[in-house]
Design a protein around this ligand. Structure first.
Ligand SMILES: Cc1cc2nc3c(=O)[nH]c(=O)nc-3n(C[C@H](O)[C@H](O)[C@H](O)COP(=O)(O)O)c2cc1C
Length: 174
């Protein structure tokens, strides 16, 4: 896909098919994260957990359901893959780094024709459960901060002619 089409096609997917994502595609998406810029080259402050284990995905769903009191909560929308980005730097730079990795993965998934979603809320809730963080293989001293849900979208996206965002003001200072 042309890069401009990737940008125009990326959209939040909130209905995924059960169909599994080929391992080579998951690897390609994870690799995209590793090309992201990281403040002061502090690569060691970041960690990725690539979760395809259905029980762990269900545990995340249940943790959110319990925390929100909504038994039917489905924050991952049935996605078969969740890539959790954790950091040992919980300050501003850490959060900015995490978002760079996440955006690279969203775009890489889009490029492969896969649905994707930036999931923060469920990770915030899950990060407070030490046992669940262990199940996600999050290393000691790291906090899960955000994630990317990936899978085949029930309705595949096509490029948008105009951005959803027609609100953010842009000032050119010349
Ligand atoms: C920092 C951040 C956190 C987000 N967290 C969630 C989330 O937890 N759950 C969710 O469904 N969408 C989440 N989103 C997706 C946004 O809701 C979505 O990007 C926004 O509504 C714009 O829609 P679009 O992605 O289709 O362009 C998040 C996006 C960002 C940038």
């Amino acid at each position: 896909m042309q890069f401009s089409d990737v940008l125009k096609t990326r959209v939040s997917t909130r209905e995924f098919l059960e169909r599994p994502v080929p391992e080579v595609a998951v690897r390609h998406i994870v690799d995209a994260a590793l090309y992201a810029p990281v403040g002061m080259h502090r690569y060691e402050t970041l960690h990725l957990s690539v979760i395809t284990n259905r029980e762990v995905l269900e545990r995340i769903r249940q943790t959110v359901a319990k925390a929100t009191g909504d038994e039917k909560a489905d924050p991952l929308h049935g996605a078969p893959v969740l890539i959790v980005v954790s950091t040992s730097d919980t300050g501003t730079v850490g959060a900015l780094n995490v978002s760079c990795l996440v955006e690279n993965m969203l775009l890489a998934a889009t490029d492969l024709g896969l649905g994707n979603l930036y999931v923060r809320g469920a990770i915030d809730v899950s990060s407070k459960d030490a046992a669940l963080a262990k199940e996600m293989n999050v290393p000691e001293g790291f906090t899960p901060m955000a994630s990317v849900a990936v899978g085949y979208a029930a309705s595949p996206a096509s490029p948008r002619e105009t951005p959803k965002n027609n609100v953010t003001k842009v000032d050119f200072v010349e």
